[in-house]
Design a protein around this ligand. Structure first.
Ligand SMILES: [Zn+2]
Ligand SMILES: [Zn+2]
Length: 475
């Protein structure tokens, strides 16, 4: 939530009751819920804040803006009904059918059901392969290729990484049997070459190392070990896997609520790549966006570009005064950023820090905290004990009371105590953390950007975040 110029309390009385909404409060808090009652005499309003019907009462005077929409629990209930009534009865006992349904569930707020169907798709596809081999439709010699195809499909299409690894391991076992049982340096060398050809560098490395262990004079194996160990690509991949283990490589999606052209989607691609770089620099190279799906004509995603606002800079107007963007369900797994079509990268950085880290706004202090969580234009840095100014009236999620932004991030359990500040592996570019330079993409709300730096990891100098992988669904 950014700076406010207008107080839109009047909107609330005009809109009908029992409609799901996001209530943006003046202290920066965003309350997701449905309006239950409006008390003119007491100057208060009451909101239903969850599916159990829990209510909370707020002072009208504390409300900044209200954005109509359905709550996540209402949407989830609708999708579940649709799933039970039409989707599930229509699923065929084929892997293709379960794949389609699984992807639908994942997208429409039913992740557990989605996982069930994707796993079923894998089971059916493997069963079909085995059946086809038994029936003579596929030659046993071709099993290896088919297993590899399944492994790649699990990894790239279904995002089932553990299952993919299992299939790769089965394929590897078949290959090993085909090459012969005697473990020798040469056998491991050939297995390593094979793994390398199919893109399994980590498995290849393990075999090359086994080859060297069995025969320290095996020069091809030694060369192969050195080549992999010194390859930038390999190390970046390892770095990415390391970050992914601790929730530090983010997987997000952008949902554009209406149909748009390629140019608009490309603009968002640039924005998200820029956002990843900002996140990387602000967090001293400890977080970035690993992949991002951008889809138009859809309503569900982590970053929602609202309908009718494609050429707007603000949530209420083209010019970008008032609320520029906001984040609902901050600091929970179901966080959602709402924004117009033209949004500054620094605004997105502020919002995604609400979403992922649950950081509170820091602009109801006087003076404000010199931090990305202050109002726009905001510096692209995080406050710590050396400069944090307390006194904001907003509260972050439980556990964040009175803490600096860095401390809140460090203490979040999902990162398993791996983020550090200062990050010992990070070297600031010339000028250091205090130096602020103009934003790369000038916009009227872009604050100054820090100079950035590099992560020095395993003799690798990573100057930029590993590139974000995009998946574009242009409907
Ligand atoms: Zn801060
Ligand atoms: Zn602060």
């Amino acid at each position: 939530m950014k700076r406010i110029l207008a107080v839109l309390v009047a909107v609330i009385a005009a809109a009908g009751p029992l409609r799901g909404d996001n209530f943006v409060m003046k202290n920066g808090q965003v309350v997701e819920g449905k309006l239950k009652s409006w008390d003119e005499a007491k100057k208060t309003f009451t909101v239903i804040v969850d599916e159990k019907g829990t209510t909370k009462t707020f002072k009208m005077n504390d409300l900044k803006a209200r954005f109509p929409g359905k709550t996540t629990w209402e949407r989830r209930a609708e999708y579940l009904a649709q799933y039970e009534k039409t989707k599930k009865p229509a699923v065929k006992p084929t892997w293709e059918s379960h794949q389609t349904l699984g992807k639908w569930c994942k997208k429409f707020l039913l992740p557990e059901k989605g996982l069930e169907h994707l796993r079923m798709a894998r089971q059916l596809r493997v069963e079909k392969l085995v059946g086809d081999i038994e029936a003579g439709k596929i030659k046993p010699d071709d099993e290896l290729d088919h297993r590899l195809r399944i492994a790649k499909w699990l990894e790239r299409e279904l995002g089932l990484f553990v299952e993919s690894k299992e299939e790769y391991t089965i394929a590897y076992g078949i290959k090993r049997v085909l090459l012969g049982e005697e473990p020798s340096a040469d056998l491991h060398y050939r297995l390593g070459k094979w793994s390398q050809e199919i893109g399994l560098e980590d498995m290849a490395l393990a075999d090359f190392e086994r080859a060297v262990a069995l025969n320290p004079k095996h020069s091809s194996a030694k060369d192969a070990v050195n080549r992999i160990r010194n390859s930038t690509e390999f190390k970046l991949k390892m770095l990415g896997e390391e970050y992914d283990k601790y929730g530090r490589a983010w997987h997000i999606s952008v949902a554009i609520e209406e149909g748009v052209d390629k140019k608009f989607i490309d603009g968002w691609k640039d924005r998200i790549q820029g956002l990843s770089e900002y996140v990387w620099n602000i967090t001293e190279g400890q977080f970035y966006i690993a992949d991002c799906e951008i889809e138009d004509n859809t309503s569900e995603g982590k970053i929602i570009v609202e309908k009718g606002k494609l050429d707007w800079r603000g949530m209420d107007n083209k010019e970008g005064s008032g609320v520029l963007a906001y984040c609902a369900a901050s600091g929970t797994p179901s966080w959602e950023v709402h924004c117009p079509g033209i949004t500054g990268v620094s605004v997105l950085a502020h919002e995604i820090f609400h979403g992922v880290f649950g950081l509170p706004d820091e602009y109801y202090q006087n003076p404000m905290c010199e931090c990305v969580m202050k109002s726009a234009p905001n510096p692209q840095r995080l406050c710590d004990t050396s400069n944090h100014i307390g006194g904001g009236s907003n509260r972050g999620p439980p556990g964040s009371e009175g803490k600096t932004c860095w401390q809140i991030i460090i203490d979040r359990p999902e990162f398993k105590a791996t983020p550090k500040h200062p990050n010992p592996l990070w070297v600031w570019a010339e000028g250091g953390p205090e130096k602020m330079v103009p934003a790369k993409t000038p916009d009227h709300v872009e604050g100054p950007r820090n100079v950035g730096g590099e992560v020095r990891w395993q003799r690798l100098q990573v100057k930029e975040p590993p590139k974000t992988v995009f998946m574009i669904l242009d409907n």
